[in-house]
Design a protein around this ligand. Structure first.
Ligand SMILES: NC(=O)c1ccc[n+]([C@@H]2O[C@H](COP(=O)([O-])OP(=O)(O)OC[C@H]3O[C@@H](n4cnc5c(N)ncnc54)[C@H](OP(=O)(O)O)[C@@H]3O)[C@@H](O)[C@H]2O)c1
Length: 271
């Protein structure tokens, strides 16, 4: 059972109430959300994968976030570690998307600077929609050619990843709702560019210790912190599901005004 602690009280949520919280935004403007699971001591992995941190409720929320996305964005490291292949959303969610006027499936995009990604990976061969591969002008031309056989390759930046260009490009291709499932290097890059609008953070009741990575690996040694507002807290058993919105979102940066899924814009947002 999942309870809603904020907003409202502590009453258990019905299925429709939970689904309403993860309804797609009504906007043509870009919106970048990330979803991570972390242990209490900040580990993003157990034995190199995130699966050991999750729970049934975590997977339920991940599924709701996926079904509302225009495009699911992942870094190449996450694809190498976690797999990602075949159907990412089930039949009921595909039908739900069509009923909402969305495409049957969200698009799928992978970010790789090196393009050292095997085109015969199930990520490509088992994909239900032709994937997008996002890279930079530094990528090896031979690898780029091989990648073009299995995906649409988009160059976002010449000397490094240009996150603003990436967000604009995806929006122009019809994917304003960018939902990322990580990983830490991609998240760090988006943070560094100030392009995180929303974070869905699942807190797992575990102390992991060891050398596990955090959810963000910042490319810069001293990045500028981004302020976030707490907008929603759900609880299922010992797990918490925190939803934070950036203090400065796309609308405030001059993008087309947006309205987050199921959550009215905060007063700062409308100011
Ligand atoms: N706890 C969670 O919720 C969660 C979520 C996702 C992943 N993870 C875990 O995180 C680990 C993977 O971490 P990671 O940081 O390597 O994942 P990642 O961010 O998915 O992948 C990093 C790779 O993505 C590409 N990339 C990311 N930012 C880039 C940039 N600015 N410019 C160019 N390329 C860029 C690069 O690919 P190339 O090397 O191909 O150039 C880079 O090596 C795995 O153990 C995974 O299980 C945990």
């Amino acid at each position: 059972m999942i309870r809603c602690l904020l907003p409202g009280g502590t009453k258990p949520l019905t299925d429709p109430e939970l689904e309403d919280l993860y309804f797609p935004r009504k906007t043509a403007g870009p919106w970048v959300s990330f979803n991570f699971v972390s242990s209490l001591d900040g580990a993003a992995t157990v034995n190199g994968r995130s699966g050991g941190l999750g729970s049934e409720a975590d997977r339920r929320i991940m599924k709701l976030l996926r079904r509302a996305a225009d495009v699911i964005l992942v870094g190449a490291g996450t694809v190498r570690a976690e797999g990602y292949s075949g159907e990412l959303i089930d039949e009921a969610d595909r039908k739900w998307r069509l009923d909402q006027g969305l495409t049957e499936r969200p698009a799928l995009a992978i970010v790789s600077g090196s393009l050292d990604v095997d085109p015969s990976l199930p990520f490509f061969t088992g994909a239900m929609v032709r994937p997008l591969v996002i890279t930079t002008g530094l990528a090896d031309p031979g690898r780029r050619d091989r990648m073009q056989d299995v995906a649409d390759v988009i160059t976002c930046g010449q000397a490094g990843l240009d996150v603003d260009f990436l967000v604009r490009e995806l929006r122009e291709r019809g994917y304003p709702g960018i939902h990322s499932e990580g990983g830490p290097h991609l998240f760090g890059t988006f943070q560094g560019a100030g392009r995180v609008d929303e974070l869905h953070l699942s807190l797992s009741p575990l102390l992991v210790g060891g050398q596990a990575t955090r959810i963000a690996a910042a490319p810069a040694a001293n990045p500028t912190p981004l302020g976030m507002h707490l907008e929603q807290v759900l609880q299922a058993g010992d797990m918490l599901f925190l939803r934070y919105r950036a203090q400065q979102t796309g609308a405030q940066r001059g993008d087309t005004p947006t309205d987050s899924a199921g959550i009215p814009p905060s007063s700062e947002e409308g100011a």
